[in-house]
Design a protein around this ligand. Sequence first.
Ligand SMILES: Nc1ncnc2c1ncn2[C@@H]1O[C@H](COP(=O)(O)OP(=O)(O)O)[C@@H](O)[C@H]1O
Ligand SMILES: [Mg+2]
Length: 266
Amino acid sequence: MRSIFAKPQRVSASTTDTGQHLIELRDIKKMYKTEAGEFLALRGINLAIDRGEFVGIVGKSGSGKSTLVNMITGIDHPTSGEVYVNDSAIHHLDEDRMAAWRGVSMGVVFQFFQLLPTLTVIENVMLPMDFCSKFTRKERRERAMELLKLMEVDDQAKKLPTMISGGQQQRVAIARALANDPPIIVADEPTGNLDSKTADAVFHLFETLVKQGKTFVMVTHDAELARRMNRVISVTDGQVVSDYVRVPAMGTAGSAPVSQGQPTNA
Ligand SMILES: Nc1ncnc2c1ncn2[C@@H]1O[C@H](COP(=O)(O)OP(=O)(O)O)[C@@H](O)[C@H]1O
Ligand SMILES: [Mg+2]
């Protein structure tokens, strides 16, 4: 892997250490109020993710995958329950502190890209770097260009997002998520708009980042890709119905369920 990604530092346990997990969701419920009434999209999710895991989240459309990842990224607040990421109580942060925290801690690839329409492609990738002081101005542009090159969309750098295809926008969104070299990356169907060859290449990049120590949470519809992840969490009707960790292929080890989601039927 190129030098544009650093190995995540092993964060030593802070004084406010709440436990050993990098990401922890405790009894998360999310209620949406709609014209048709209240709808419980997440029905008590308990989940713990450790550093260096490559976690897939799978499930049918409408099962609550995006709602779930929005809880991890703090894009949305739970109706009840607790979310801890790197010992920060996400559910207690206000919007400003949340944005500042997310900027350095997490890269997010949104299902529908969320590129800013008035900024060019390269400006979109530079934006997260502009919000934190990790890189100088000159470095930001160079780094954005390198990331675009890595995603093979560097020739689109000066265009507005509306001028490029969905697949290209998705690649730009991935480049932007990697901008601050975050230790955690959360991606909602990041290969959904890519052809299978490109999806494979992007997935390979993700695997490389995980090998370097990053933690990846990825929603996917692609069963083939899910098979290549070391852990797959299956969501149905807002509940975790299975959680499999694949034992590394040494000797006879295969795939083993380590914990079964507990449908509460509540
Ligand atoms: N903002 C919202 N307001 C009301 N209902 C929503 C909202 N977002 C999602 N939902 C509903 O919550 C359920 C889960 O949605 P979502 O998390 O997007 O599922 P998935 O990502 O698995 O397709 C769906 O029934 C969806 O219609
Ligand atoms: Mg979704």
